[in-house]
Design a protein around this ligand. Sequence first.
Ligand code: ADP
Ligand code: MG
Length: 155
Amino acid sequence: MDNCNVIAITNQKGGVGKTTTTLNLGVGLSREGKRVLLIDADPQGSLTISLGYKNPDEIRTTVASVMQQIISDEELPSSMGILHHEEGVDLVASNIELSALEVSLFNVMNREYVLKNYIERVKPSYDYILIDCMPSLGMMNINALVAADSVIIPC
Ligand SMILES: Nc1ncnc2c1ncn2[C@@H]1O[C@H](COP(=O)(O)OP(=O)(O)O)[C@@H](O)[C@H]1O
Ligand SMILES: [Mg+2]
């Protein structure tokens, strides 16, 4: 049994504080000594940018890449796509490629479970995994909700 707590920070509306909550909650938990992974699940990459990666589109291995590995049933090194930030949190970044990945999910078997499948693999290394969702009701957010133990809805 692992004790990792997976939390989706989500709301269909934009500009309500999802990314701000994810970042500050994550860094706060890290300062309490918790092992924290932040997953940017918004193709706008706001969380990625707010951690100082100014050009998310230049990051080659993102949440879209690790999900694609799962979909293709290819080998996935457990450290793939995980960036270690000086604030003490780890990040799986995001960029525009997630938009294409989300569209392609519609043809995938068990498409609701792809992110959960990824999270199950990395869970043993973390106390908290926070997922910063995009403002929509699309398949990526369904993936986040399926993977989450609980949900925070900033409003
Ligand atoms: N608690 C807060 N009080 C005041 N402004 C906030 C708060 N949380 C977020 N903001 C501001 O609101 C804007 C949108 O926040 P953001 O976290 O990017 O929202 P979302 O991820 O839901 O689109 C940002 O400019 C952010 O600085
Ligand atoms: Mg956001």
